[in-house]
Design a protein. Structure first.
Length: 120
């Protein structure tokens, strides 16, 4: 079992989302830029390429200061194979709805895993 000291430095929330979601979360105070200039968020719009989204996902899931990664579900759909392969506990991955795209539980990778555990 992993010790809690291993995760004590994980104190940031990272977000990959549309402009409205990111703006709301930044207003709530989650924004952070570290000493090397790396942000803990990526604003995705219609011009954002899938490789850019995947690179941000990989960066956020490998950083040791990120505890939770929030991603709009409709953006997670664009990189679904990568999201489905992610199995680590930290940072925790949560798919969230956006203003224009409601949450669909049938597409949520975490919910699918839970249903598989319970044999549903």
């Amino acid at each position: 079992m992993a010790s809690t000291t291993q995760f004590k430095d994980r104190n940031l929330i990272a977000v990959i989302g549309d402009e409205d979601s990111i703006t709301g979360l930044l207003l709530a105070g989650i924004g952070h830029i570290n000493e090397s200039g790396k942000k803990n968020f990526l604003i995705v719009d219609s011009k954002t390429q899938v490789p850019t989204i995947e690179a941000a996902f990989q960066e956020f899931t490998e950083r040791k200061d990120i505890a939770i990664l929030l991603i709009n579900q409709h953006i997670a759909e664009k990189i679904r194979p990568t999201v489905d392969l992610y199995k680590k506990a930290f940072p925790t991955l949560l798919e969230i709805p956006s203003k224009d795209h409601p949450y669909d539980p049938s597409k949520d990778s975490i919910l699918k895993r839970v249903q598989k555990l319970f044999g549903e």
